[in-house]
Design a protein around this ligand. Structure first.
Ligand SMILES: NC(=O)c1ccc[n+]([C@@H]2O[C@H](COP(=O)([O-])OP(=O)(O)OC[C@H]3O[C@@H](n4cnc5c(N)ncnc54)[C@H](O)[C@@H]3O)[C@@H](O)[C@H]2O)c1
Length: 338
């Protein structure tokens, strides 16, 4: 069993991954500045698993915080979730994104190097495929320039990590390219709790369902897709968390830098999400069609064959599970963790 530093572990995907790590018998140290999360998520992770974890409130950009972690704990591997992730915000305040995501990752990697910890799992995104690759995306495709600053930070960090692994063969790095994580732990105790107006579809749907917002806006209804709305590869957050365990096992046994798509491989439209949510949860979602948003691609989804073959990972949950679990979390916690 290993001791894992989870940066951003109090956040949405991080908290679900902490549950899976603890359940698998690993020790967990979380470093999070709580800029987009609450310590309550970690209290609940511990209550759910019946195990304890170490929490350090700190920032990945601060050398003192990082050294404190690495000097106090004998870390075997780092799973790096910490960062800013709102696409629209990244267009307004690019420097904050470059600082948090790129500088933060560099500071973290330097601290790992000082502590001689070379196993690293990075939260990347399907956005690194850019705008011109056809779906399903395969890892061997040439990457493209993302059309927003958030995506650009993911591309830069991926490329840095590849070069670092070439320069020093001690490194073992996983680039996990997430598609669209939704859902929540089946208990309804942890889930996605965005601050302010949600950027992603699912919290928007559940906040309409719980009465926090009037209606759902669906951006664009005339795309060249099955029903005219955008299609994405939605993946249950517990499946995504499991993928980190599989990647951890793989990285503890191999060297170099390798990318894996983490998606179901099935495109699902925004309208299908709304309709299925209404059906499985027996609750109406008022909605309107709005103008297309600049930068939204009509459709993209994963080819996840490489993750199946090399990590032994595949998605276990279907769309209905995702929507039932999202709603279960939101209705038990109408105001999130607050
Ligand atoms: N949710 C998605 O749709 C999605 C898709 C692809 C990739 N990702 C990536 O996955 C990772 C986790 O995403 P999430 O949805 O759980 O987001 P989240 O905002 O819920 O979690 C990120 C966590 O990082 C913390 N954090 C931010 N900056 C920090 C810093 N400088 N120092 C320490 N902690 C910091 C936040 O407080 C938060 O707890 C992010 O890197 C994100 O870009 C997310």
């Amino acid at each position: 069993m290993a001791k894992i530093l989870v940066t951003g572990g109090a956040g949405y995907i991080g908290s679900h991954t902490c549950v899976e790590l603890l359940n698998a018998g690993h020790q967990v140290v979380v470093l999070d500045n709580l800029s987009n999360s609450s310590e309550e998520s970690l209290n609940r992770v511990q209550a759910l698993t019946g195990k304890t974890l170490d929490f350090i409130q700190g920032d990945i950009r601060r050398t003192e915080d990082l050294d404190q972690v690495f000097n106090t704990h004998q870390i075997d591997a780092v799973i790096h979730f910490a960062g800013l992730k709102a696409v629209g915000e990244s267009q307004k305040i690019p420097l904050a994104y470059f600082d948090n995501n790129i500088n933060g990752s560099i500071a973290l990697i330097q601290a790992m190097q000082r502590a001689k910890v070379f196993n690293f799992i990075f939260s990347s995104s399907a956005t690194v495929y850019g705008e011109s690759n056809p779906s399903p995306y395969q890892e061997k495709m040439p990457l493209g320039m993302p059309n927003n600053n958030y995506g650009y930070t993911k591309l830069v960090i991926e490329q840095m990590l590849e070069k670092i692994a070439i320069a020093d063969p001690q490194w073992s790095i996983a680039l996990l390219r997430y598609f669209n994580p939704v859902g929540a732990h089946q208990s309804g105790r942890i889930g996605e709790d965005p601050q302010g107006i949600p950027n992603n579809l699912m919290p928007f749907v559940t906040q309409v369902a719980v009465g926090r917002r009037d209606k759902l806006s669906i951006f664009g209804c005339d795309y060249e897709t099955q029903d005219g709305t955008c299609e994405r590869d939605f993946i249950h957050v517990v499946d995504l968390a499991q993928a980190h365990l599989c990647a951890l096992t793989n990285r503890l046994e191999s060297k170099g830098c390798r990318a894996w798509n983490i998606g179901t491989g099935k495109p699902i439209s925004v309208l299908e999400i709304k309709n299925t949510f209404e059906k499985v949860n027996q609750i109406a979602i008022p909605f309107e069609f709005a103008e297309r948003r600049t930068g939204d691609l009509p459709s993209f989804y994963a080819d996840s064959t490489r993750a199946q073959q090399e990590l032994g990972w595949s998605a276990q949950y279907d769309l209905e599970d995702m929507l039932i679990d999202s709603w279960n979390w939101q209705k038990q916690n109408p105001k999130g963790y607050h």
